[in-house]
Design a binder for this molecule. Structure first.
Ligand code: NZQ
Ligand code: ZN
Length: 399
């Protein structure tokens, strides 16, 4: 087991009716002027926003709301939010929504506490920051894990670049998580979330090296739980217990607990973010569209991890490691198909991409040929290009 530091300071307030505690939670944490960030309107339609405002006002605090964060949230919208937040004199930022809303809230928190630099300069660490406003959230979709992560992701539409920014200043002070709030999710968003949760776990799993029994068991248990309960919620979205499992797995999968002693990779996310930089696809779909090709490219270099995954997560009984590994990849992709997720570039909507388009994607994912990806072996621009080529039709290991 490698050395590690585990830091996950977010207070999780989980269960039915917990959104009514928001005001008290903020008051106890010292907030008085609350800037609420929300998305395209689902929180208004469901009545959640009204409930949150009521809870804040009943706690004797004042608030204002800023809507319009869209999936793959933009830098320009976050800059607009920063302006409004400064005008309002916010001392606490609350995201009510999913990863896109929470990431926008995090950006607004940084931008309000540091009014001078452009957010993009903060994002690129050209303008390093040492303070931010407290940020918290009411989560409405199990997916990105932003409620517990130290990351925030924005898209700069002007330069067509989607980029994450990592800092402990991104950690939410609290996350209110009521699984009932997820009952209104569109089915496709639910499936995207399930995919992202699995990927956050797998991005920390396919790393050869040290023995990390506890970490592996947590990851495998989490993946099995997501598959089992993912099937249940796709059948009945109002199955509270199954939704509660999915929601909790969503947070655990990105709270770093599945990487302790092993580390993380996030190469599938690099490929996905390249797709997300240019095309406005849903985040989970950008991952399911490339994962099969990614795994097919790599599994022969890491049969131990891939065969263990196949046996522990999917119950594959094959004794030969390579054959077992291949079967695990096929079953994962079959599960994504069952969820209705795209498993190739063609299925995501990128029919017959040109050589130039594949080149651009590989350039973005390899940071203009300056990095290699994966911890299984260094995969450079050429390798990434091959992965995208294989993802065109969704190439998988043969039987
Ligand atoms: O905008 P509204 O109207 O709220 O609708 C949203 C949106 O259209 C809808 N939705 C959310 N909760 C709902 C609901 N509709 C009905 N009922 C509800 N309860 O779902 C759609 C998707 O929302 P979004 O916030 O985009 O989803 P998600 O949580 O998947 O976030 C995706 C973003 O997070 C980033 C992704 O790149 C993407 O930009 N990520 C952030 C990470 C982080 N901060 O740690 C890590 C992830 O790997 C990821 O990169
Ligand atoms: Zn993700």
């Amino acid at each position: 087991m490698n050395n590690f530091t585990y830091y996950s300071p977010t207070r999780i307030v989980f269960g039915k009716g917990t959104e009514n505690q928001v005001g008290e939670l903020i008051r106890k944490d010292g907030g008085s002027r609350v800037f609420i960030v929300y998305g395209g309107g689902s929180a208004v339609k469901s009545g959640l926003l009204d409930k949150v405002v009521k809870s804040i006002e009943e706690a004797g605090l004042v608030c204002t709301s800023f809507g319009g964060a869209k999936p793959n949230p933009t830098l320009a919208h976050a800059e607009e939010g920063r302006k409004r937040s400064i005008e309002f004199g916010s001392d606490y930022i609350l995201g009510v929504g999913g990863g896109s809303v929470i990431d926008t809230a995090k950006a607004i928190a940084h931008g309000t506490a540091n009014p001078e630099p452009d957010l993009w300069d903060i994002w690129y660490k050209r303008a390093p920051i040492t303070k931010s406003l407290p940020v918290a959230c009411v989560l409405t979709i199990a997916a990105a894990g932003s409620e517990v992560s130290g990351d925030a992701v924005l898209t700069n539409e002007e330069v067509k670049k989607k980029k994450g920014f990592g800092t402990d200043l991104n950690r939410c002070r609290f996350a209110v998580m009521n699984p009932e709030l997820l009952f209104t999710l569109p089915r496709y968003q639910l499936a995207n979330g399930i995919t992202d949760i699995m990927q956050h776990t797998m991005e920390r799993y396919f790393i050869p090296g040290p023995s990390c029994e506890m970490t592996d068991e947590i990851a495998e248990g989490l993946l099995r739980t997501v598959v089992r309960n993912g099937r249940k919620v796709m059948k009945d979205q109002t199955d509270y217990d199954a939704m509660a499992e999915i929601m909790w797995c969503g947070s655990l999968s990105h709270s770093d607990i599945t990487e302790l002693g092993r580390g993380k990779d996030f190469s599938v996310h690099k490929l996905g973010q390249a797709l997300g930089s240019i095309y406005d696809y849903t985040h989970g779909a950008t991952l399911s569209a490339v994962w099969g090709a990614w795994a097919t490219y790599l599994y022969k270099d890491c049969p131990d991890r891939f065969s263990r995954y196949a046996r522990k997560v999917w119950g594959v009984e094959e004794e030969d490691d390579l054959k077992a590994a291949a079967e695990g990849i096929r079953r994962t992709v079959a599960f994504y198909k069952e969820l209705g997720m795209p498993t190739s570039l063609k299925e995501i909507g990128l029919e017959n991409p040109t050589d130039e388009e594949i080149h651009v994607l590989a350039m973005i994912a390899s940071y203009d040929k300056t990095i290699t990806v994966t911890k299984i072996k260094p995969v450079d621009y050429e390798g990434i290009k091959t992965m995208f080529e294989w993802a065109k039709e969704g190439i998988l290991p043969e039987d």
